[in-house]
Design a protein around this ligand. Structure first.
Ligand code: ADP
Ligand code: MG
Length: 257
């Protein structure tokens, strides 16, 4: 079954901004349980593609299918509620809250208050119980990422790398099936990058699916099972890291600009 094997399927996606074609009839799919890289030169349309998939932008044409359902044009909260989640930079108002508070708010924040209530069983009476249950999940995530020593730190005081950990932790607390990461290692020091990658691999082994935009080609080739190459808004090719590295068109797209 194609829908089971490929939770995310993108077909004929198009998006223009004024006269600029950012995404031009892009089609690809992402295999379940893989860490798949989405690469391409600057301006290739990677971030726009993410925005189209997660409902931040509406495509001019094309469809996005997630777990067999057409989610094209749905609101970000609705898409997140289905289990397709992207990481976000910590908003300004959240920087004045602690790491723990940020994590406690994450499910409501990303999935929407109403949806959050509806996915939480035993509505009304059991608010205290729900909060306790959430706190337990939050501490599991805090331990998983080994960030208990900064739980009471204000998010605004974190280093760039710690902030990336928090962003990933927040996304995980929405209980996703698939995560889209747009340059999650930008500004992260090498040792923290290594740890972050280990977490991603561990989560992948647990069954999560990842689509990763990253400009560091070595990182992509060493860590991804599959790689999709975007060039001028189109899918140039798709394959294993070995296939991609040996592909003349890919080499030309990067060198030729
Ligand atoms: P990438 O993430 O691969 O670097 P983007 O998706 O950010 O590429 O951008 C693709 C193209 O679309 C670029 O030419 C960019 O300038 C343009 N673009 C992206 N977002 C907008 C926007 N909101 N308004 C106008 N042009 C945009
Ligand atoms: Mg980008």
């Amino acid at each position: 079954n194609v829908d089971e094997e490929y939770p995310l399927q993108v077909e004929g996606l198009c998006k223009t901004f004024g006269g600029i074609t950012a995404v031009d009839d892009a089609s690809f799919r992402v295999e379940r349980g893989t860490l798949t890289g989405l690469i391409g030169p600057n301006g290739a349309g990677k971030s726009t593609t993410f925005n189209l998939i997660t409902g931040m932008l509406r495509p001019d044409a094309g469809t996005v299918t997630f777990d067999g359902e057409d989610i094209t044009g749905q609101k970000p909260h609705a898409i997140a509620n289905r289990g397709l989640v992207r990481t976000f930079q910590i908003a300004r108002e959240l920087q004045e809250m602690t790491v723990l508070e940020n994590l406690m708010l994450a499910p409501k924040d990303q999935r929407g208050e109403a949806l959050w209530r509806s996915v939480t069983p035993g509505f009304r009476g059991d608010v205290v119980e729900q909060e306790e249950e959430l706190l337990e999940r939050v501490w599991d995530v805090i331990e998983f990422f080994d960030i208990d020593h900064i739980a009471d730190e204000y998010a605004g005081n974190l280093s760039g790398g710690q902030r990336k950990l928090l962003e990933l932790a927040r996304a995980l607390l929405t209980d996703p099936d698939m995560l889209l990461l747009d340059e999650p290692f930008a500004g992260v020091n090498p040792s923290l990058e290594k740890r972050l990658l280990e977490h991603v691999h561990e989560l992948r082994e647990q069954g999560y699916t990842f689509l990763l935009v990253e400009h560091d080609m070595d990182l992509i080739m060493e860590n991804c099972e599959r790689v999709i190459v975007l060039h001028q808004g189109q899918v140039l090719t798709e394959g294993s890291p070995d296939e991609i590295q040996a592909n003349e068109e890919v080499i030309e797209a990067y060198l030729g600009g």
